[in-house]
Design a protein around this ligand. Structure first.
Ligand SMILES: Nc1ncnc2c1ncn2[C@@H]1O[C@H](COP(=O)(O)OP(=O)(O)O)[C@@H](O)[C@H]1O
Ligand SMILES: [Mg+2]
Length: 170
């Protein structure tokens, strides 16, 4: 499915649920027209849902205005010699910033734990930081045909297992 269209619809819904217009919060999307499978789109949708909801809920207290920027683009230079695409997803706002402390790599609250778990599922590299507001970055592989490499690897493994079973005498 077309990731840019999906992300656009999702963010529209989140913006209206979070009354972004009325609060003077702009959602700026810059999503490359990549085609991905559902196995990648679903965890990405859940991740985005949590991160954009967090920005709407926490970044702009007391009538503060601002911008939430969602960017998804192919990572340049990482795919030389492979048929795999590497994608970088960034959700950045110019709000009050994340309460990052000593344990920034493994947040204990549910929403951010969900984000960590989903990014592990995508075998993504995940970074939380503050850059004039919260900034969450995720770099992951989307395999050929828009399938994530993890799923391809799993498919290959189960094909191998089936072949082994078929070859084994009862
Ligand atoms: N974009 C953000 N800007 C500022 N603070 C944030 C942002 N995202 C998350 N936080 C802070 O991190 C905490 C943990 O987030 P999360 O695990 O999603 O929990 P919840 O959203 O249920 O409060 C939030 O309660 C909030 O204080
Ligand atoms: Mg949350």
């Amino acid at each position: 499915m077309r990731l840019d269209e999906y992300v656009g619809e999702l963010c529209d819904q989140l913006a209206s649920a979070g009354a972004a217009d009325r609060r003077g919060i702009v959602l700026a999307l810059e999503v490359a027209p990549v085609d991905v499978g559902l196995d990648l789109a679903v965890p990405l949708g859940l991740l985005l849902n949590e991160l954009v909801s967090n920005s709407l809920k926490h970044a702009f207290p007391e009538g503060r205005r601002g911008t939430i920027r969602v960017t998804l683009r192919p990572e340049v230079g990482e795919d030389a010699g492979t048929d795999e695409q590497t994608l970088r997803l960034t959700v950045q706002d110019d709000g009050i910033g994340l309460p990052l402390d000593a344990d920034r790599t493994s947040p204990q609250t549910l929403g951010l734990r969900l984000v960590t778990a989903l990014s592990e599922q995508l075998h993504a590299r995940l970074v939380f930081e503050n850059r004039n507001g919260a900034c969450i970055m995720l770099v992951f592989h989307a395999g050929a045909n828009g399938r994530p490499s993890a799923a391809n690897a799993t498919d290959a493994l189960s094909r191998q297992a089936l072949a082994t079973q078929a070859a084994a005498p009862e």
